[in-house]
Design a binder for this molecule. Structure first.
Ligand code: UGA
Length: 468
């Protein structure tokens, strides 16, 4: 079934979000015949026209290079029965109470069960799922397809660690690969991933290998440990961010600068410099969802996770703090015009899920203010997904800042980092900047009020009198 070179296998990818699309295109690039399935037919139509239905750097370019090896469809029958590998990449949203919603996983497993024909197949789960789901997938298959057919379909847990905005770099140059399952089936996974593990694939001219990168560490383990690794990794990233924010809040009181403090802390190799940027805290579809799901999972076993629970609380408190900083300077937000720069939860994506900007808009309007928002790529998506929020859209940073009483920088887009802030603040009614991502790194010449998170070093000398 498998060629040693990892070529010419039939691969089906179910669920075409960031993870599914990246997986499908990278496997096609490695030479396999890939079918990408999704129940959303509008997404499939877009893909067939050569358009990626989300904003992710370079995915569209890769798609144009591999199109002869990829088929997009909503019809499970066309590929599942012939697939050597079936990748599950569906979303696992969070339920009201914080638990993972496995409806989509169950739906695709049922669809797979209906299409099993006795061929030896490997089902690779990349969706983030509570520990124990791999085993449950196996029993669901048995229930739906019968033991004989289900026994030919082996289950592997292969959590995905890519970040939005760098999906292709993370897929081609991953730091680690975690593979959970029976030893024999893991060997087949190692063959499939050999070009990436050994870094023998032809590099793409538009995806730059991170400097110093050599090859991924491969961790072979059980289904449960692989599933647990995904949650534990995201929880640790969340902890680092909340830790940095907690330290930042104390820095403000004691007159220390969080940037210098975290540079000093992160220079210790045991800690590392990443994910120590204080600011508005984490957003996105993963860290918030996965930390809550982990806490819920632990409750089932009566095993509280106080550190993770505290990290969650610190994160969402940080959003309130940003609006309170604004209010401290404006005194009363009623009728005030607030420019909001950045809607996406982080740069290089138009993903708005759990974005701090969402809560800023809601909080500011609740307090009587008016928001005029700008984002380099996420405005279109916000206009459809944030219908419930009340804000105006600006076509440029300049338009957002014109006559604004204050500005919040919510996302660290490179465009905002590179702005000539001395120039752009001149059109504001009162130059109050709440830099919730600490992107302004040099003292501005203009008289402004600058608030940053965990640092007072740039603002103090420049404080003008705010007109009532
Ligand atoms: C995260 C993990 O980083 C990935 O490894 C994981 O695969 C993914 O979740 C997932 O589970 O699918 P992602 O949600 O794309 O990736 O975004 P991150 O790059 O982790 O950023 C999350 C949030 O934290 C952003 O809002 C970012 O602005 C914020 N952040 C990040 C900070 O506030 N400080 C930092 O130092 C770093």
């Amino acid at each position: 079934m498998l060629s040693k070179q990892g070529k010419n296998l039939n691969i089906t990818v179910l669920g075409l979000g960031y993870v599914g699309l990246s997986t499908a295109l990278v496997l096609a690039y490695l030479g396999h015949q890939v079918t990408g399935l999704d129940i959303d037919s509008s997404k499939i139509e877009m893909l067939k026209r050569g358009t990626i239905p989300l904003f992710e750097p370079n995915l569209e370019t890769l798609m144009s290079r591999v199109q002869e090896r990829v088929v997009w469809s909503s019809d499970n029958h066309i590929s599942i029965p012939h697939a050597d590998f079936i990748f599950l990449c569906v979303q696992t949203p969070v339920l009201e109470g914080g638990q993972s919603d496995l409806t989509f996983v169950e739906q695709v497993v049922s669809a797979i069960a209906l299409n099993l024909q006795g061929r030896t197949q490997i089902m690779v789960n990349k969706s983030t799922v509570p520990v124990g789901t791999g085993k449950r997938i196996k029993s669901l298959l048995e229930r739906k397809a019968g033991r004989t057919l289900a026994d030919r379909c082996q289950v592997v847990a292969n959590p995905e660690f890519l970040s939005e905005g760098s999906a292709l770099i993370d897929s081609l140059y991953p730091h680690r690969m975690v593979l959970g399952g029976e030893i024999e089936v893991l060997r087949k996974m190692l063959e499939l991933y050999a070009p990436i593990i050994q870094q023998t694939f032809e590099p793409l001219d538009f995806v730059v290998c991170p400097s110093g990168y050599t090859q991924p560490e491969v961790i072979e383990t059980t289904l449960e440990s692989a599933e647990m690794t995904k949650y534990a990794a995201n929880a640790f990233l969340a902890l680092k961010i909340s830790y940095a924010n907690e330290m930042a809040n104390l820095c403000e009181h004691v007159g220390a600068d969080i940037l210098d403090v975290m540079a000093g802390v992160g220079a210790d190799r045991r800690i590392g410099p990443h994910f120590l940027a204080a600011g508005a805290g984490w957003g996105g579809s993963c860290l918030g969802k996965d930390t809550r799901a982990l806490v819920k999972l632990a409750e089932v076993y009566d095993c509280p996770l106080p550190i993770i629970s505290a990290a969650i609380a610190v994160n969402y408190q940080q959003r309130i703090k940003v609006v309170e900083l604004l209010e401290r300077h404006l005194k009363d937000l009623k009728g005030k015009r607030v420019a909001l720069l950045g809607l996406s939860f982080k740069p290089h994506t138009d993903d708005l899920r759990d974005s701090p900007a969402h809560d800023f808009i809601a909080d500011i309007t609740n307090r009587g203010g008016r928001v005029i928002a700008h984002d380099p790529v996420a405005m279109k998506r916000a206009n459809t997904e944030w219908n419930h929020l009340d804000y105006l859209s600006a076509n440029s940073v300049e338009e957002a800042l014109q006559d604004a009483d204050a500005c919040i920088i919510a996302t660290d887009w490179p465009e905002y980092v590179a702005l000539d802030w001395d120039r752009v603040v001149t059109s504001m009614k009162s130059p109050i900047l709440i830099d919730a991502r600490n992107i302004i790194r040099r003292r501005l010449k203009s008289p402004i009020i600058l608030e940053q998170i965990g640092r007072k070093v740039l603002g103090e000398a420049n404080y003008p009198q705010v007109k009532p």
